[in-house]
Design a protein around this ligand. Sequence first.
Ligand code: SAH
Length: 395
Amino acid sequence: MAEIRLKRGRDRSLLRRHPWIFSGAVQSVSGDPDSGETVDVLSADGTFLARAAWSPGCGLCARVWTFCETESVDDAFFAGRFDRAALLRRRIFPGGLPDAYRLIHSEADGLPGFTCDIYGGFVVCQFTSAGAERYRAVLTREAGRFAPRGVYERSDCDARSREGLPFRTGLILGEEPPENLTFTENGIRYFCDVRRGHKTGFYLDQRENRLAVRNMAAGAEEVLNCFCYTGGFGLAVLAGGAKHVCNVDASAEVLALARKNAELNGFGPDRFECLEADVFSYLRQCRDCGKTFDLIVLDPPKFADSAAALPRAARGYKDINLLAMKLLKPGGILFTFSCSGAMNETLFSQVVDSAASDAKLDFRIVRTLSQGPDHPVSSAVPESRYLKGLGGIRF
Ligand code: SAH
C-alpha cells in the first residue's frame, strides 16, 4: 500500500482523531498513489496513524477512513459504516424514521466527502472527495439498500471543484425521481426538487428548528421569513397558528416552489405571501416605512467560507440581526441562524448580543439551536457543528 509520512510534530490532530491531513504536514509520499487511492499515514518515526484517501493537488490532501490499523478499506468497511449510520438514525428517531432525513453526514458518519439524504423511497447522494469518488460503486450499492426506488446523484457542489473533480448529476440506480417528488415533515408536505434544489433539494438540517419556531408562532399576526428558500419556516409558522407570513428570497425560482408548497398544504396567498427581494434592502425598507413584526426568522446562506472571511461575515450577521431586532414589536420573537462552519457558537452569540446592545433593547434568549441529530457532530471535528441558532424575545 502507498504511504504518506508526516513531518515531525504534525501528527497532533490525527492523534485527536481529526480526519483531515493538509499538504503542508506531509514530508513524503511513496508508492505513487492515484487520486482517491487508500494510503497508510505514518508519523515522522514511521508509526501507523491512519488509513486515508489521497487527494493529490488539493490543500486538504488526505481524509481518514479509519484510525484502526487492522481495518481494511473494502466492501465490508463501507457496509459497516452504513450499518452504524442506520443504527444511529434508528436511535434518534425511536418513533420511526421520518420521510426525509440525512442518512450519511460525511466525516460525522465516518465517510469523509460523502453525504446521502433520503426522500421517501429515493436516496440523493453527493460524492465530494477523491476518496468518495473512487469508491462510488460500493457507496452507491450500499445507498441502494435504503432506496427502494432509486439513487440519484447531486455531485455538483464547490467542494468537488477543490478536489479537481468535475460536477456530475443524474440517476445512478433504479428509477428517475419524479419532478414533483413530495415528502412529509412534522405533518407538513413539501415538494422537493432533487435535480435543481440547493444541497440535495431541501434543508433537512433545520427540521427540529422548524418545529421550535412553529411552537412559538401561535397568535403571531405578522411574520417575516427572511431567506425563505422553498418556504420551510413560513409553512411552520402558519401550522403553528400564525396569521400571515411574508417570505422573502432573492431567487424567483425558489419562491415559485415555496408558493407550490403553500398550496400543497392549503395555504393561499392571503396568508403565505412571497416577495422577491434582497433581504438587506428589504429590512431597511421596512425600517424606513415603520413596518413591524411579531416574529422574524433569519436563515441566511453561509456568509463565511473560511476563517479569513469571518470579520466581514460577522458584520453581515450583525447588520441583519440589528435591523431585524428593531423591526420586532415589543414581545416579538427573533429566530436567527448561521450555517457558517467557520463561525463558532461563541462568536455567533457575541454578534447577536452586540446587535441587541446596539439596538438598545432587552433581548432574552430562550432557545439555543443546532443542526438536527441526523446531521451528527463528530467530537473530533469542531467544523462539523456548523449550524447555530438562537431564539429570543425582545422587550
Ligand atoms: N430557510 C431556508 C433555507 C435558506 S437557504 C429553509 O429552511 O429551507 C438561503 C436562501 O437565501 C436561498 O434560498 C437564497 O436564494 C437566499 N438568498 C441569498 N442571498 C440573499 C439575499 N441577499 N436576499 C434574499 N435572499 C437571499
